[in-house]
Design a binder for this molecule. Sequence first.
Ligand SMILES: [Fe+2]
Length: 289
Amino acid sequence: MSLQIQHFFDQPTFTYSYVIWDDQTNDAAILDSVMDYDAASGRAVYDSADELIGFVNGKQLRVNYIMETHVHADHLSAAPYLREKLGGKMVIGSEILTVQNVFGKLFNAGPDFPRDGSQFDVLLNDDDILELSENIKIRAMHTPGHTPACMSYVVNDEAVFVGDTLFMPDFGTARCDFPGGSAETLYNSVMKLFQLPSETDVYLCHDYLPEGRTEYQYKTTIGEQRANNIHIGESNNKDEFIAKRTARDAQLAMPKLIMPSVQVNMRAGHLPPPEDNGVSYIKIPVNAV
Ligand SMILES: [Fe+2]
C-alpha cells in the first residue's frame, strides 16, 4: 500500500475534492478544493477547505501540491487559503494563459491582471510528471474540450482524476459551450483517456443525480466509461457525439456561480484586488457576449 485517496463532497456545487497521499511518506496533494461562496450575499467562507485542513492535519500529511484540473465555472477554488494554512504549490495546466486572456478581456481586468499564469506556482504541460513522493508519480494529461486548460492527472497508472472531462457513465460528459470549449476537442480528449487500461479508476470532479439514481458517486473505471458512457461510449462515433453534445449544450442554463467562479479562479482562487475602500467586487458584464 502507498497510494491513498479520500474524497470530499460539496453538496451546493456537487463538487468532489480529493486528498491523495502516500501512506509511507505522508506526502500529499489536494485536488479541486472549494471555497464556500454565497452569490446573493457576496459572502465567502472556508468551511469546506477547513474540513480538508482538518483531515490533512489529522493524518499529519505534508501537502506538496494544491492542484486544479481546470478553471472551474461552477465553484470557487480555495487554493490560496489552503496554501497559506498548509503550504504546497498551486498547480494548473499551462493553457491557463489562454483562459486568462479570454476572461481577462471579458471582465476588463486591466493591466494589473497578469495573463501569464504567474498566480500559480507550477504550470504543467501534457505529459509532465510531478513526483509527489518516491512511490507516487502524477502525470499530466492535457484533455481540453470543456475548457482549453483542462488537465487530467494520471496517478501511478492506477487512477486518473478527469476533472469535468467525464462524469458518471449515466450522466455523460461536460458541456463544451464555454469560451474556448469544443465538442470535437473533448471527443479527442476522451479517446486519449480511453487509451488507459480498462481497470484504471476514474475519479470525477462532479456528480449530479440523473433520474433513476439515488446516491452520489465519485468513482468509476475506464472500462465502465468505454462500455457505458451515454454520450461517448464505444458505440458512439465522433460526429454523433458532436451533434449530441452541441444539442444538449444549447439547452443548458449558465451555472449559478459562473461569474464569481471565473473571476476568482482565473486568479488562482484569489478575490479580485480590493478597491480603494478595501472591498473586493465581482463584476457582471451585461450583454457582453
Ligand atoms: Fe468545469
